[in-house]
Design a protein around this ligand. Sequence first.
Ligand code: ZN
Length: 674
Amino acid sequence: MKIPFIRIFAIAAVAIMAAQAFTQTRPFDTGRMDTTVSPCSDFFAYVNGTWLKNTQIPASETRWGTFNILADSNNALLREILETSAKAKAKEGTDAQLIGDFYSACMDEASIERVGTKPIEPFLREIAAIKDTASLQREIAKLHDTGLPAVFTFGAGADLKDTNSVIINAFQGGLSLPNRDYYLNTDPKSVETRAKFVDYMTTMFKLLGDSPEAAAKNAATVMELQTRLAKASLSQVELRNPDNRYNKVTLSSAQSMTPDFSWNAYLEERGVPAQSEMNIAPPRFFTEVNAMMKDVSIDEWKTYLRFMVANAASPMLAKRFAEANFDFFNRYLGGQKEQQPRWKTCVQQTNANLGEALGMEYAKRAFTPAAKARMNELIDNLMLAMKDRIGGLEWMSEETKKQALQKLSTFKRKIGYPDVLRGYKGLTIDDRSYAGNLIRSNEFQVRRNFQDLGKPRDKTRMNMTPPTVNASYSSQNNDITFPAGILQPPFFNFEADDALNYGAIGGVIGHEITHGFDDQGSRFDADGNLKMWWTPEDRKKFEDRAACVIKQYDSFEVQPGLFINGKLTLGENIGDFAGLTVAHRAYELSRKGKPEPAPIDGFTDEQRFFLGWGQVWAGKYTPEAERLQVATNVHSLPKWRVNGPLSNMPQFAAAFNCKPGDPMVRGEAACAIW
Ligand SMILES: [Zn+2]
């Protein structure tokens, strides 16, 4: 299930690679630096230059950096847990049995090869039997029951304007390329990508048994259908505005929006209890779906659905499918040269499907009450600093400040692992069929999602599994989450001096807190409801200040002619800007009344604060992965997550004695929000 309204700190996927654990013995190893570069001209290169020069992206990865290296060492531990569980033959239904058998079946490549396309044959047979619009719509519902993508997405989730309630959400979807722009952009690279995509679809149809001519014709049909859906979809930037994602209507209004798509029949087929209202967004997308119900032929729809099933399932099918899929999505779009070793894929898949069971085993081994206590203390200090910053803002009226402080005072936190476990009662996992496990696991998640309907929304759930190297803020819960996976060196290090920790995990905490006040988060109130709590004058001032950040990031050139999208990355950039400012303030407050710390390796504590932030962003990408990130991801690339915020901070210039006119000093042109 996609969780569309959660802001995540780093990059959603956790990439994994062995043999390069975080082995440096000192919390900050000066050997990673390139001191021939001035900190005032390029701080990212100054902190990480030697590391960048000596580090190669492993062939089975598309990017490599601090996040990956930590994920890698977490994964070594997960592998050990899984291999032990797989051998244990634990009692049916226990966590050890579930994760052990899931992992075993995933590792059994010979069986996966032997069954070939069998796992998807029931779906293909059903699709072949579609004969009219009613059976088409029934089939879309059936595919959705197994979590397979088709036409639009559908699930239960928070009502954005009444966050204690759970409603059904129908949302744009049905594409296979990363987003609508891939279908509509006219630059040469986009045209090339579409041609490669059509080639890939042709390959998939041939693998399904079509003749070369039929396969080519079918690929063209799918391209045409998906392009229509893309044209009616919102862009990545439009999706950032929560108003565009919210359109709660009565079921009968939804029905009149799509007279040729029966919501009643769809809900009934899916076994969803009767609903009086639903969120259906964006309207223009569903208007187009309705038109397509009339003017796309049944045969064309069948072709589209065949591809959607084969494409989504190909990573769990025989090698010829998995490799075709890898070739287009990973190799061509991501620049990944080879597939990950099988065990890594299986660790990731177990984490994705049984993350709570696996994650609790991980947390038992890798997370301590002492770490939780220290995190609580750090968060308390960051909260105080944020309060201090809001109180001191010159541009904001007292009225809006009161609301902002009210929101801050109700922040909740989740640290390490969930306090309330949901378990997997009713899910059957065996060691015989990998595809069978995945299908049952998907069906289980889908069913469980609908069980939330009609109950008060459960705000105790964690949106990430415990081993994840990431952090997040949820505007619906108004809470921040730090899984055990990120509470490890070099983000969070008991051996490190305070300054380094405040610059690293402190910056992460500040980033997540600030998401509550970025361009999206600031539209939600203390209770998590979409509601304007700003005075119009203050909102205008906020947007002017945000425009300054947009303009700066629009000017960052990643590759010749390829620029960061300032509007798409705005929320994350505000998070980095303000998060670091707040972390720095928190560090200052924590120092009050204490003696000046002695320099370490010749660096003052003020300098080590920034070295801490610089180190966590060490990372490099393949050129393809950079392009993909810029086109699809709300996060800026590592270099600008360091140099962007710091060049706007007088605290940074003071720490490194940078002068007006230095590239890392914006002076008058600096942006400041929080
Ligand atoms: Zn973020």
